[in-house]
Design a protein around this ligand. Sequence first.
Ligand SMILES: N[C@@H](CCC(=O)N[C@@H](CS)C(=O)NCC(=O)O)C(=O)O
Length: 215
Amino acid sequence: MYTLYFAPGACSMAAHVLLEECGAVYEVKPVALAKGEQRTEEYRKINPHGKVPALAVNGKVITQNAAILPYIAGQFPGANLLPSDPVDVANCVAVVGWLASTVHPAFSLALHPERPAGGADIGEAALKAISDTAHKSFWTCLEEIDERLSGKQWMMGDQFTFADPYALVFYGWGVRLGLPVADLKNYTAWKDRMIERPAVRKVLEKEQSPLLKAA
Ligand SMILES: N[C@@H](CCC(=O)N[C@@H](CS)C(=O)NCC(=O)O)C(=O)O
C-alpha cells in the first residue's frame, strides 16, 4: 500500500498520475499548503523539507519527484513506464532532474518574486525586474519542452514514461501564470493526448485541475 502526500495542482500531481497509470493500490493524504500544514511538526516527521510530494511505502518515506517517479515506474514493470535501454532510463531521469532543478524553481520565482529578499522591502522596480526575469526563464523552459516534443508522441519518443506526468505539471503552471501556452503547438497537442489517457483524466478530475476546463 502506498500513501501519497499531495496538494491539488502541486507538483505532487505527477506521482498521483503515475500511481493511477500503474494501477497501484494507494491512498492520498492532502496537505493544505495554503494553511502551512507542510511546515507543521507532524508533517515534518513525514518530509523534513516541508514539501509535497512524499510517498510512504511500508513505513518508509520517499521524497523528491526525481526519486519518487522512477521508483514508482520501477515497481510496476507491467505498466511499461521505464524505457528498456538503460541509457534511455538515464536520459529519462535527466529530464526529470531538469524539470525539478531548473523548470520548477523558475516557476516558483515567477510566482513569488518577493521571496529572495527574505521579507526586506526591495521596492517595486526590483520586484518587477525579478518577476520579469523569472517569467522569461520559465517561458524559455516551456519553449524547450515544446521543441523537445517536436515530432514526438511523448517526452521520450514513442513510449509514455515517468517523465510525462511531470511535464504536465508545468503546462498547467504556464496556464496559471497567464502565459500563452496554447501557442506552443507541440506541447499543447501533447497535453491534449495526455488528457485523453483515462488515468490522467481521473487524477485531473480528482484534483479539479483547470486544465480540464481549457481542454
Ligand atoms: N524538489 C522538490 C520540490 C517540492 C516542492 O517544492 N513542492 C511544493 C509544491 S509544488 C511545496 O510543497 N511547496 C510548499 C512550500 O514550499 O511551503 C520535488 O521535486 O519534490
